[in-house]
Design a protein around this ligand. Sequence first.
Ligand code: SAH
Ligand code: SF4
Ligand code: F3S
Length: 466
Amino acid sequence: MKVDVDYKKDVYTRAQELVSELGEKLGRVPTAAVITFGCQMNARDSEKLIGILKVAGFSIIEEESADFVLYNTCTVRDNANQKVYGHLGIANGFKKKNPLMRIGLCGCMMQEPTVIEKIKHSYRFVNLIFGTHNIHKFPEYLVSCLEQDDMIIDIWKEGTEIEENLPVERKYSFKSGVNIMFGCNNFCSYCIVPYVRGRERSRDAKEIVRECEKLASEGVVEVMLLGQNVNSYGKGLENGISFPELLKEIEKIEGIKRIRFMTSHPKDLSEELIQVMKESKKICRHLHLPLQSGSTKLLKRMNRCYDKEQYIALAKHIREEIPDIALTTDLIVGFPGETPEDVDDTIDVIKQVEYDNAFTFIYSKRTGTPAASYEDQVPEAESHVQFNRVLEVVQEMARKRAAVYEGQIMEALIEEMNENDPSLVSGRLSNNMIVHFPGDESMIGSIVKVKLNECKGFYYLGEKVD
Ligand code: SAH
Ligand code: SF4
Ligand code: F3S
């Protein structure tokens, strides 16, 4: 079915009317929930989706029993997909009890035609499906959805326009993600992201700075600049500036106290960036630099455009220039053709770089990517054996690195109350480590000096110092 909205009427006004009619039928304010899977990009998109639902008049909750449930999906690995199907089963159970309920799906997984076919045939109760390129159309879909109970599907193959003014409901009052670019052009041979997020498009620097200024005026002290490869920011923009230049512009904004970014592709990391980070008082002492594999042979097959030696030289150079930096990474185990010797290379890099932390993933075959058709796929049992070898070294290094800062005083941004002990707050250090220390709710969002009394492996216990 094609979306048919009365364009003459303001879409939000119509949505509000429909939500209020729904409220009359229910005898209470209708609720909505956005359930998010995947990366920071998706998390940021969800804040926009929640913003739209809130403007429409929904009360936002986190439970899947809501009157409107939207799943913002991820498809980077197969287990991300499987999770979504599981959740759809749960939502269907709620819909059977609440026939006025509406269920929507959006995000990366929806850009895959095979997924759409499967949902059309096996999940008929779904009301709305849209993809990554048209979230700005959500208010219109919402209206159609509230007017009837059919399945609306609208998937765009490519994104061209960058919508600048969507309402946003931020999860945290004091920190925020900021998209600086969309899509990816790198086509790493295992990765589906370029297919589901489209070609790389950078946002205008002025728009980014304006957004950061607005966030600062609303009390945000930390921004996380988001892109699949922030180091190539600005390419393709007329009169575009480079990523390090963009960082310098954001640094000038008074209320912004901390700047983070992700992700950095090693092949595009410039000396200029290292120097800007080194000089900066605001850019956090953390660099996420995905390695994927330490084997030059595999890196070539992965289309990563660097080899083992180049990566090690880059990482060591960064550590020399910025000694207090935390280096973290992503690793894939079980890529087609991987032998135990290739994993030895990965372990060698982990030991030489001494990562502060690493996310290790078992290779997942993604239909449509070049690596999916490679014949030498690694059996799952073998991947698990190698995964455990890698994990052990990752943990050993992380423990070693964490212990380095024991006893020091560092600044922490207090993010939340400790989940297990209500007398403690949890703060994040510039190097991305977490410290728990005595405090109360009023401190959330402030940056304080903390003595890191005791390293507990991957986090610290500390105390506030004046
Ligand atoms: N743009 C980022 C990565 C985004 S995806 C970058 O290049 O650094 C996040 C991580 O998921 C990747 O770094 C990779 O380690 C992992 N990943 C991507 N595709 C995968 C696959 N098919 N199987 C397993 N892990 C994968
Ligand atoms: Fe995927 Fe590579 Fe792009 Fe990262 S850089 S999103 S791993 S294709
Ligand atoms: Fe997943 Fe899409 Fe992010 S596939 S990792 S949510 S870009």
